[in-house]
Design a protein around this ligand. Structure first.
Ligand code: GAL
Length: 384
């Protein structure tokens, strides 16, 4: 019986908090005696394998609704396998209670290492305490896990830089030059942010605002909706449909008489929703061209949209490299070595500075989509 089947059979608690508590309680009930057996079977040695040479690594990914996470899971499974490990890859279907139950199950089964891309970065404190008690190390993957000592390492991209690249692209495409209070041309911009429970959201936003704020101050960029706070711009679970509804609303309330020139979108799935809303409102013609729309992840549908001249930009984060880095870190931890890190100061999760390895993101637009083919991320055929 899978963990998900177990969760589904229960009456569904009404609030999200109640659902998380119920999932934790259920998983605790089911897992405690088994965890104890698991530890005995493994003889208590800190990182001893339970099933063959390397043992099994638990990979907890957030959702299959986005191509990138499917690739992340597949890449890690392949690369851990090559390094001599088995893998237990689980997707949480963007439901926090599923992810908690999956992690409980991995702990119960004595997985040697947990690699977690959190759905809600602050909801894993209890389950990771249990991982710690079972002496299972944890790597936070792409998204930082918050509020716990029990996260050993963080592998990601330079998240603030992602936001900077998106905002810098807007500034360059609108040819704003240096911030200039005397400039008489004003451009309109609307802002979207990621999921409020994903710690990356704040980093993307911070990076973008570092670039955009001087242009708000000079008056060259105007957010006609007035929604300039991150809390007004967030998109729960990065959902494209949610973004589409908000964009519909922004257009009808604030752009009846003026066009929107640019939209800061932090993720390709959000950009797709934003572009659908714009097209429904008549954008995408010679007389009313689509605004500059940014994105992130270089997902195939969005790269194709860029080639069609709809989405304007995305940020490429090579999931194969992130997987390779995570495998190197995991392998080092399991062999009693110190993994290589390149940042020990910027990723504080509220309990500790999590030693991190950050990779470089790359801005992609129509002019350099070829790079994705040269890097072997897509084939030339896929981009046709
Ligand atoms: C973020 C991640 C982005 C994007 C987004 C939505 O945590 O850093 O690259 O994938 O989630 O899935």
């Amino acid at each position: 019986m899978t963990t998900r089947t177990r969760v589904r059979r229960l009456p569904r608690p009404r609030t999200r908090g109640a659902r998380i508590a119920a999932a934790t309680a259920l998983a605790t009930l089911l897992a405690v005696p088994l965890t104890a057996c698991g530890q005995e079977a493994r003889g208590g040695s800190r990182y001893q394998a339970d099933d063959g040479k390397g043992g099994t690594i638990g990979l907890a990914m957030p959702t299959k609704s986005s191509e990138r996470w499917i690739a992340d899971g597949r890449n890690m499974a392949e690369q851990f396998r090559k390094a001599g490990y088995k893998t237990d890859l689980q997707y949480g279907d963007d439901k926090v209670e599923n992810q908690i139950a999956q992690l409980e199950n991995m702990i119960t089964k004595g997985r040697r290492l947990l690699v977690v891309a959190a759905i809600d970065g602050s909801a894993l404190t209890e389950v990771l305490q249990r991982a710690h008690d079972a002496k299972i190390p944890v790597i936070s993957y792409d998204r930082l896990i918050m509020g716990t000592q029990n996260v050993d390492y963080y592998a990601s991209f330079d998240n603030e830089r992602v936001g900077e690249l998106q905002a810098r692209y807007i500034v360059d495409r609108l040819e704003l030059g240096e911030p200039d209070k005397e400039a008489d041309e004003k451009h309109t911009l609307e802002l979207f942010a990621g999921s409020p429970d994903d710690n990356n959201t704040t980093y993307f936003w911070k990076g973008a605002m570092k670039v955009l704020q001087p242009y708000f101050d000079s008056g060259q960029l105007v957010v006609r909706s007035g929604q300039t706070k991150m809390s007004q711009a967030t998109t729960l679970r990065w959902d494209g449909g949610t973004a589409q509804k908000r964009m519909d609303d922004l257009i009808s309330k604030s752009y009846a008489e003026q066009r929107v020139d640019a939209v800061l979108s932090p993720y390709d799935g959000i950009s797709i929703g934003v572009i659908s809303a714009l097209k429904s409102a008549g954008y995408g013609t010679k007389s009313l061209p689509l605004p500059v729309v940014t994105g992130q992840d270089a997902e195939l549908a969005s790269v194709k949209s860029i080639l069609r001249g709809e989405q304007t930009q995305t940020v490429f984060k090579d999931t194969r490299k992130l997987a390779a880095q995570t495998v190197r870190m995991g392998d080092a931890v399991l062999n009693g070595k110190k993994p290589q890190v390149n940042n020990t100061t910027d990723y504080n999760n509220g309990k500790k500075n999590v030693p991190s390895y950050l990779l470089d993101p790359v801005s992609i637009d129509k002019a350099n989509t070829q790079l994705l083919v040269e890097e072997g991320y897509f084939t030339a055929g896929q981009l046709k």
